[in-house]
Write a protein that binds this ligand. Structure first.
Ligand code: PYC
Length: 313
């Protein structure tokens, strides 16, 4: 078998997104949530082939464009990474919008995108900036204690921002790019401990992202973060779903008001500016940033290549 997969790469605040424009599997009818189940069940090697080495790396987030069931949406999308699937992805949604604009499929204005966890809004501004109105976000639990071997008891909040996060303020580590190995080691131990101690989100949600906070270094930023993703790669961007989870905690504590700006800095110094609307006891985060298209390619899948389906981890 030989296949040709057309992809467009971009980065959002430093974090890459690879949009699968054509050549992806046929996932039948149904909404994006149903299509995700089919993709997960039947096409995992396609996921691995398109984002893992030797064609990609652990940092890449894939975005498979699918036909939306909700016809008010410009597209449906399934986000995935080096180890599996993401329910939502804020930086990836900005990458999708930049890619659709690059392809001439959308012009500046308001758009809707169907994700497996609901429809999100996206505005392409005249100057090229992109705002994403994320899925409703909320804090599930405050001050949860997790016993982390080698570190002791670490307190944190559990919040949903389109993915499940454990948010840690008091970790004693310095958030700087030269420290990512130590930060990764700590965050990974937290993730493993959460799992081992049965700490979950609501509806038994797997807490697969760990987010650490520290003082900002960029002018105008409110906070700096380090986000460890499920496949042990750290987010180069401030993480759209992670920023949403953070704002849900701030809102729950009365520390951030509706419409008040929150500038979240990433570990590499890039920023998203965010605000929220209150909705039925949750918040709707609106995240603004920029995405830049940086490659158009055709991936060749040749079954005679021993690493056609990616290098297994
Ligand atoms: O921006 O939501 C995000 C995200 C999740 C994982 C990587 N980026």
């Amino acid at each position: 078998m030989r296949s040709r997969i057309q992809v467009i790469d971009s980065h959002t605040a430093g974090e890459p997104t690879r949009v699968i424009v054509s050549g992806g599997p046929d996932l039948g009818s149904g909404d994006s949530s149903h299509k995700l189940e089919i993709f997960r069940r039947d096409y995992d090697r396609f996921r691995s082939a398109t984002v893992n080495e030797p064609r990609g790396s652990e940092v890449l987030v894939g975005a498979l464009l699918v036909e939306p069931a909700d016809k008010s949406c410009v597209t449906g999308v399934i986000f995935f990474n080096n180890v599996g699937f993401l329910w939502m992805c804020g930086h990836g949604a900005m990458g999708v919008i930049a890619t659709l604009a690059h392809l001439g499929r959308i012009t500046p204005g308001d758009h809707r995108i169907e994700t497996p966890v609901g429809v999100i809004g996206a505005t392409l501004h005249q100057g090229g900036q992109i705002s994403v109105a994320n899925v409703p976000s909320y804090r599930h639990a405050k001050g949860v204690l997790v016993d982390v071997p080698g570190f002791g008891v670490v307190p944190g909040d559990v919040a949903w921002g389109g993915n499940w996060f454990f948010l840690v303020e008091n970790h004693g580590l310095e958030l700087k790019a030269s420290n990512v190995e130590e930060l990764t080691d700590f965050a990974w131990r937290v993730r493993v401990a959460l799992n081992a101690q049965g700490i979950r989100g609501s509806h038994n949600g797997d807490i697969d992202h760990v987010e650490l906070f520290g003082p900002p270094t960029q002018p105008g930023a409110c906070s700096k973060n380090f986000v460890l993703c499920p496949g042990k790669a750290f987010d180069r961007s401030p993480c759209g779903t992670g920023t949403s989870a953070k704002m849900a905690c701030l809102a729950a504590d009365g520390k951030l008001l509706e419409n008040e700006p929150w500038v979240q800095e990433s570990i590499i110094g890039s920023t998203f500016t965010a605000r929220y609307r209150a909705q039925d006891g949750r918040i709707v985060p609106i995240l603004t940033g920029s995405a830049h298209v940086n490659a158009e390619s055709v991936l060749l899948l040749n079954e005679e290549d021993p690493f056609c389906w990616g290098i297994p981890r």
